[in-house]
Design a protein around this ligand. Structure first.
Ligand code: ADP
Length: 179
């Protein structure tokens, strides 16, 4: 399953699949504030990337303390096909009235900004916050796609491709209905 549109000269691509297998310069991790492997997409990324990812993340945690929600940091990709992993922390869903949409948008923007300032031209996102953090997928998809679109329009030519990698066919359909 694949869906592609163009936004201000950048390919915006939706695929169903596993983010650890993507051939992009950087993949995004839906991390926890302590930057530990944990479960979900984070566990998968740390497992596939190996100790180079986990140790670099632990070093950042020691130096900077817990990562605030909406911020992003970067580590090498270790054994992943992607050269870099950008770790961000999405909001935990608490009913939608605790600033969740703005915090989720900020998480996407922080990743895009970090990638752009590093000269990274292709980037893959998972569906941040919609697993353990409980954000409803349709609402998260609207925020994610709106935020990425607005960023690409504001920074034309910064990226060749921004990809969303949806783990389940159902999530893919939800994102595809919104894009
Ligand atoms: P959060 O804590 O931000 O909710 P999760 O890892 O629990 O993060 O879930 C985020 C999304 O990542 C979910 O949609 C989940 O199905 C998905 N996911 C889990 N493993 C992978 C993977 N290997 N590739 C892409 N997405 C994944």
């Amino acid at each position: 399953m694949r869906h592609e549109v163009e936004v201000a000269g950048t390919k915006l691509v939706l695929v169903q699949g596993d983010i650890t297998q993507q051939d992009v310069e950087a993949i995004v991790n839906a991390a926890n504030p302590d930057l530990t492997p944990g479960g979900g997409v984070s566990g998968a990324i740390h497992r596939a990337g190996g100790p180079a990812v986990t140790e670099a993340a632990a070093q950042i945690r020691r130096e900077r303390g817990p990562l605030p929600t909406g911020d992003a940091v970067i580590t090498p990709g270790g054994k992943l096909p992607a050269r870099w992993v950008i770790h961000t922390v999405g909001p935990v869903w608490r009913g939608g009235t605790h600033g969740e949409p703005e915090l989720l948008a900020r998480a996407y923007r922080s990743c895009l900004k970090l990638a752009r300032t590093r000269g990274i031209r292709s980037l893959a996102f998972p569906s941040i916050s919609t697993g353990v953090y409980g954000y409803p997928v349709a609402e998260a998809a609207r925020v994610a796609l709106q935020t990425v679109r607005a960023y690409l329009v504001a920074h034309p030519g910064a990226f060749g491709e921004v990809r969303f990698v949806l783990f389940s066919p159902r999530d893919f359909q939800t994102y595809a209905a919104v894009v």
